[in-house]
Design a protein. Structure first.
Length: 182
């Protein structure tokens, strides 16, 4: 299932790149899956990590995922997907609210996704400083700080993980002290 999910994600994200880079987008779902695999050997959760952006960022539907990978994988992916018809602020606030009460599986997926994202941002931040935020739809660094620190609070259940510690360290590196609101 993991190999099939990796191939499906690769095809779905073909021609896509990480924002502001020439890095193929598929690197992000693979990194997310590697992080998630450190928490579990459950193939469906690892497959969901590989597929976590296909509904949100491609033409793939939840129904297609369910037919191909089953209802659990599709449900995990849909739980991690944002509604792109909403504004950035609305989407991020909904994600934070959802994660406060989400189960551990969803929190592990979210940590894998967000840690991969902050790794990329932190690496580019070392080179470009605050200009790194110009590549995003929401260019306001303070709003990103609010969101990333909100994720940290929502995922506190995972605080004993070295990946959570890395996430906190990278947030401090990029954003400084924790932020409560934008």
């Amino acid at each position: 299932m993991i190999e099939e999910a990796a191939e499906f994600a690769r095809e779905a994200h073909r021609g896509m790149f990480r924002k502001g880079t020439k890095i193929p987008y598929i690197v992000h779902p693979i990194e997310t899956a590697v992080i998630v695999a450190s928490f579990t050997d459950d193939e469906e959760i690892i497959a969901a990590a590989l597929l976590h952006d296909v509904v949100e960022d491609t033409s793939v539907t939840g129904e297609e995922l369910e037919q191909r990978f089953g209802p659990r994988v599709a449900g995990l992916v849909l739980a991690e997907s944002e509604d792109k018809s909403r504004s950035w602020q609305e989407r991020k606030a909904a994600t934070l609210e959802h994660l406060k009460t989400a189960g551990r599986e969803i929190k592990v997926l979210a940590l894998g996704d967000k840690l991969s994202n902050i790794r990329s941002t932190a690496s580019d931040y070392l080179v470009h400083g605050d200009r790194v935020f110009l590549r995003f739809n929401e260019k306001n660094k303070a709003k990103h700080a609010w969101y990333y620190w909100g994720i940290a609070m929502a995922l506190k259940e995972l605080k004993d993980s070295t990946y959570y510690a890395e996430y906190i360290q990278l947030c401090r590196q990029v954003f400084g002290a924790p932020v409560e609101s934008p």
